[in-house]
Design a binder for this molecule. Sequence first.
Ligand code: NAP
Ligand code: MN
Length: 262
Amino acid sequence: MRYSYRLKDDNINIEKILKILESKNYIYDNENPELVFVFGGDGTVLGAVQDYIDKVDDIIFIGINHGNLGFYTDFIQDDIKNILNLIENNEYDISNLPLVEYHITNNQNIYKGYALNEISLISLDRTMIMEIYINDFLFEKFRGTGIAVSTPSGSTAYNKSLGGAVVDINIPSIQLTEIASINNKVYTTLGSPIILGKNINLKMIPVKNNDLVFNVDNRHLILKENVIIETKVSDKCVKLLTQKNRSFFKRVQKAFIGDVND
Ligand code: NAP
Ligand code: MN
């Protein structure tokens, strides 16, 4: 098995883990790994996925955290041998997590890519004014701070802070949420999140020329005037190795609700 790894910080004893992997005939291959071990938090997994975004179809990611589990990290670091045994005995599940893909034209530049959590577009200073098209139909003219377009697995991240819905990771979809939209007698937006299915093209055209921050998971770039952003559910998925029968809803409960008393 060809493997590679990503680390959040230098706190962990990677040498020891690498020795164990090699003793199990794992072969280090940073270029073309079949399995990528990610030691860190959800943010570390986001970074690892971006590192390998062009090869994502051929890779399985596994997230291994220190103390508490995250949404992409389903294993605890203490027992790497135990984790390898589970893999060896096929005692795991694979989640196929839909990505959101984007295509931006900004004057002569084209930026394309994918996000596992979300893309967001934020105006640095003045009110963002932006036409929002759904399948080339002008749906609304947004005025406010910005918007986010999230995946199902990203629905528990920034999307949730913005009042978006938590979406079952098995529903290939994107969710558009507003960031501080202006709603008054003159300007109106939908005012709630909207969830769009496969094959729907969401196009955004800012109509005022101020700089925008374009975030892709935990990375960002600055867009200048004359921008067109198109986005949709991608055919690409991220394959994430998880514990057997550990449901997404249990994870949501654990993170946001805690124990339920009757
Ligand atoms: P960060 O600022 O350290 O992350 C913010 C928190 O979100 C961390 O606790 C992170 O977990 C958690 N997180 C990441 N993905 C998640 C998911 N799918 N479901 C639930 N929680 C999740 O930056 P980061 O760790 O690099 O993560 C980047 C993400 O932060 C962005 O994609 C965006 O979703 C989110 N974010 C949220 C807000 C907000 O809620 N106001 C603002 C900016 C960005 P770990 O500690 O395990 O990494
Ligand atoms: Mn983080």
